[in-house]
Design a protein around this ligand. Structure first.
Ligand code: E4P
Length: 215
């Protein structure tokens, strides 16, 4: 299972790297806007920092615009994966980019059928969103489970399932249990994986006992 960091902040990437969990990085236009930096600069800097894929999202809605952005971004680094929303125009553009040897990921997937269409088109990654479905009282993980079941039924579909909008340790647990290939989440969510009150209590008790012997 791979862990990708959902961030446009180089400090997050460095900290994730020091934890040994920076298998790749995803960005999106909202994270870019928050960073206040140019997409090209951020993607290039992250590519220098890690060995894995770095996802760069297009903002065009039409096929021609997506292709123009995609070909441009692909020149920034050979680690770049072009992230494209799950529309018909987006899937057509991704099919063309893949035919030209440029890896793509179809993002903003909210149904197993969007995922299947993108997988059939030959994209490298399908990116179902968990948290945003939970936000509207739907079950994000149930949708991802259906995506995994479909992919397991058809081994000729070779794209990776990258679960996104992953916001809690339980999302990661459920993803790991059903065999999701990759999750992407903010660094803060991965840090939560280490937390357990019994670990803290255990350390406290060990130190107390140690101090008694030392006296
Ligand atoms: C992933 O590629 C997306 O950028 C991200 O996971 C979206 O997460 P959010 O729904 O918490 O904004």
């Amino acid at each position: 299972m791979k862990f990708f960091i959902d961030s446009a902040e180089i400090e997050d990437i460095r900290e994730a790297k020091s934890l040994g969990i920076a298998d790749g990085v995803t960005t999106n236009p909202s994270l870019m806007a928050k960073s206040g930096r140019e997409l090209k600069d951020v993607v290039s800097a992250i590519s220098r920092e890690i060995d894995g894929p770095v996802f760069s999202e297009v903002i065009s809605g039409d096929e021609t615009g997506i292709l123009q952005e995609g070909y441009q971004m692909a020149k920034w680094s050979d680690q770049v994966v072009i992230k494209i929303p799950a529309t018909l125009a987006g899937i057509k553009a991704a099919h063309k980019l893949e035919a030209d040897g440029i890896p793509t990921g179809i993002t903003l997937i909210f149904s197993p059928m969007q995922a299947l269409l993108a997988a059939k088109a030959g994209v490298s990654y399908i990116i179902p969103f968990v948290g945003r479905l939970d936000d509207i009282s739907s079950d994000g993980m149930e949708m991802v489970e259906q995506v995994i079941a479909i992919m397991d039924n058809y081994p000729d579909l070779t794209c990776k399932v990258l679960a996104a909008s992953v916001r809690t340790p339980v999302h990661i647990l459920q993803s790991a249990l059903i065999g999701v290939d990759i999750v992407t989440a903010p660094l803060s969510v991965y840090k939560q994986l280490a937390a357990h009150p019994l670990t803290d209590a255990g350390i406290h008790k060990f130190l107390q006992d140690w101090q008694k012997v030392k006296k």
